[in-house]
Design a protein. Structure first.
Length: 335
């Protein structure tokens, strides 16, 4: 969705004549600090809403009370989820601290949206088999990695050729959640399918190079440090997009990774065909990975490392959904 006209309307009211537009300043600061494109889009969305709410006053003229009122309205009027309100708060803190250079006082009067404690949806091993049997080709391989390696959806979509080690049966996840790298297991059952996929990637890359393309996006400043790396086979995506697109950050035509919606749609369709009543998404397969490892006797600290959780308390939630009834106990009737 384009906001160019809306940006002009907003920033025309809050930007001094001849000065840089506020949203351009935010965008430039986000890119300077290497925030992801998704975070950039989310932050700009909330800053637009905040600025629109207080037009024609500039955010620099407002104080913590204005931020409190905006965030409280999200919870009381718009009834947003706690994670949504936290995202809006993070965007506004970035605006004031990083762009305007203003430190807001801690906002104690904000009405916080309630964060419900929810258990993850987990399938049995037999149900996972039924789901995977209804997927084919690239989608089946991606779903197999989510379940067999415990990957998040975007970690799978952004996987690079150089991070697949078929000799050691390892995957290296770069710049995962929280900007952390980690190692995880590569299922031997996917070896042949991965070899075929990597062969297709090499063929596609050769064709792109012949057309004057074949250069992928590199994170942070690697493109300047290693100017030829973007065209090397190891940096190509394991699951590339089917079409060339224009990078919204620099306007360069290149092949990006696959759109995550492709796998999301495929998993939803497979779940319907399998007759599941519970909601099933690609992330459900990551939950199954953790739960089934714990069921088989794996150490919880090992599962924590494989999942990339910062705190073992996050991993412990899977002990509540083990295949032994509620709270992981065996019913006395079954004894």
């Amino acid at each position: 969705m384009s906001y160019d006209g809306e940006d002009a309307a907003i920033t025309g009211c809050v930007t001094p004549p001849g000065g840089p537009r506020l949203l351009d300043q935010v965008r430039g600061r986000l890119r300077l600090k290497h925030y992801s494109l998704r975070t950039e889009q989310a932050y700009l969305y909330w800053i637009r809403r905040y600025v629109r709410a207080w037009l024609p006053r500039h955010p620099a003229e407002l104080d913590g009370a204005a931020v409190e009122a905006f965030l409280t309205g999200l919870a009381t009027r718009d009834n947003v989820a706690a994670s949504t309100q936290n995202q809006a708060l993070a965007a506004l803190l970035f605006l004031y601290r990083e762009v305007l250079g203003i430190e807001l006082p801690w906002m104690e009067n904000v009405v916080r949206a309630k964060r419900p404690r929810r258990l993850p949806v987990v399938l049995s091993r037999a149900q996972v088999v039924r789901l995977l049997e209804r997927l084919s080709g690239r989608e089946a391989l991606m779903a197999g990695l989510l379940y067999g390696s415990g990957l998040r959806l975007m970690e799978c979509a952004r996987l690079r050729v150089k991070d697949v080690d078929l000799e050691r049966n390892e995957l290296t996840i770069r710049d995962g959640k929280g900007g952390k790298d980690r190692m995880t297991v590569l299922p031997g059952a996917l070896r042949e399918a991965l070899l075929r996929q990597l062969a297709e990637v090499r063929l596609l890359h050769s064709r792109d190079l012949a057309c004057g393309l074949g250069r992928v996006h590199l994170p942070h400043a690697l493109a300047r440090k290693y100017p030829n790396a973007a065209a090397e086979p190891g940096w190509q995506y394991v699951f590339p997009a089917t079409r060339i697109s224009v990078d919204p950050r620099d306007g360069v035509r290149r092949r990006h990774h696959i759109d995550e919606k492709v796998l999301q749609s495929a998993v939803r369709r497979a779940a319907r065909e399998a007759g599941f009543d519970k909601p099933v998404t690609p992330h459900t397969l990551r939950h199954c990975f953790a739960t089934h490892l714990l069921e088989s006797g794996a150490d919880i600290r090992t599962v924590q490392e494989l999942l990339g959780h910062k705190d073992v308390a996050t991993t412990q939630i899977y002990t509540h959904v083990l295949n032994r009834g509620a709270l992981g106990v065996l019913s006395p009737l079954d004894r």
